[in-house]
Design a binder for this molecule. Structure first.
Ligand code: F6P
Length: 355
């Protein structure tokens, strides 16, 4: 009989429960097993908080947002730091794993989670990681569940902004999630018909953004900008994050969009408004696409457990699900590059990336 630990870590997102259900249903169906739900991510593994699950626990959760297991952020760089809280976290996790007599620990999470999972693998634990994130920035996989749902939500925000922009002749700036990766902003921006798309990977020239808007407003009465929260101007790009924050504080703008909105108002004389949807982008029921993706990936994890094929991150490449060694994935980010087909498409249809 196999004993499987399940945990979700990092920011929650739609599709986590669908993936959990996929792992559980496929495991129960394929082999004799006990599933133990670890509470609140790695925190639960450190402090020994868990619960033995039953098949009933996995019923009716397919369409539920968030995670039935709870989650938390446990930064990789703090994992080995004992002096900060006096706890040998790695040792504690090893102990819980041993005490529970686990054959495998399935972790569902983003980049940080994959790094932690790899650390546990190096410590001799049998781990499998599943890719969840609205940022879509996990290296080695074309897609992660949560991303499509977030694109749907963000696109809906941009769609709804159009009527106010048009009715009031305004420039509307929509700030979307993504500190390092611009996938969400790029996809929602293209899907929502944004006129300007600014992402962290492409530092923008304020002058170029202003010029694009000036030209557009010769014939149009409104504009929409889709801006990733981590977007940086050319000037800011070479600064440390802390310095960027200080500079923006001096200008009294809470984030990139507010700074830019002021520039647009002052230099072009256009009325501006900023909308920041925030955690809404991670909330609610997963899209049908994400439900399918999460179920496929979850069921594949069960297949790997059956084969006792551990130490992998599950990825999807060209529609093929595969197991990639965790050591290859951990610590790398999948970012948007200039050659990206959506960037090229955007340029062809006249979107400004502020270059
Ligand atoms: O990693 C996912 C993400 O949603 C980022 O896009 C965002 O910047 C961050 O999490 C927000 O995290 P928190 O929920 O801790 O505020």
């Amino acid at each position: 009989k196999k004993r499987i630990g399940l945990l979700t870590s990092g920011g929650d997102c739609p599709g986590l429960n669908a993936a959990i259900r996929g792992v559980a249903k496929a495991s129960y169906g394929m082999f004799d097993c006990t599933i133990i739900g670890i509470k609140d991510g790695f925190k639960g593994l450190i402090h020994g908080q868990y619960q033995t699950m039953t098949p009933k626990d996995f019923s009716g959760i397919l369409i539920r947002g968030g995670t039935i297991l709870g989650t938390s952020r446990t930064p990789f760089k703090k994992m080995r730091k004992i002096e900060e809280d006096g706890i040998d976290k790695v040792q504690k996790m090893r102990e819980t794993y041993k005490k529970l007599n686990l054959d495998c620990l399935v972790v569902l999470g983003g980049n940080g989670t994959h790094k932690n999972a790899n650390l546990l693998r190096e410590e001799g634990l049998q781990v499998i990681a599943l890719p969840k994130t609205i940022d879509n920035d996990i290296w080695g996989t074309d897609e992660s569940f949560g991303f499509h749902s977030a694109v749907n939500i963000a696109t809906d925000v941009i769609d709804r902004i159009h009527t106010t922009a048009d009715s009031h002749d305004r420039v509307m700036l929509v700030e979307l999630m993504g500190h390092k990766a611009g996938w969400l902003t790029l996809h929602a921006g293209i899907a929502g018909g944004a006129d300007v798309i600014l992402i962290p990977e492409i530092p923008y020239h304020t002058d170029k953004v202003l010029e694009a808007l000036r030209i557009r407003h010769q014939t149009k009465n409104f504009s929409i900008l889709a801006i990733a929260e981590g977007a940086l101007s050319q000037k800011e790009f070479h600064m440390k994050r802390k310095q960027v924050k200080r500079e923006r504080e001096k200008l009294k703008c809470p984030s990139v969009s507010y700074c830019l909105a002021d520039e647009i108002r002052d230099k072009l004389g256009l009325e501006t408004r900023v909308t920041v949807p925030g955690h809404q982008q991670r909330g609610g029921s997963p899209s049908p696409y994400d439900r399918v993706l999460a179920t496929k990936l979850g069921a594949y994890a069960a297949k790997l457990i059956k084969e006792e094929n551990y130490g992998n991150a599950i990825s999807i490449v060209n529609n093929d699900i595969k197991a990639t060694p965790l050591g290859e994935v951990a610590g790398k980010l999948k970012l948007v590059d200039e050659e990206n087909v959506l960037i090229q498409t955007g340029k062809l249809i006249g979107v400004s990336f502020g270059e």
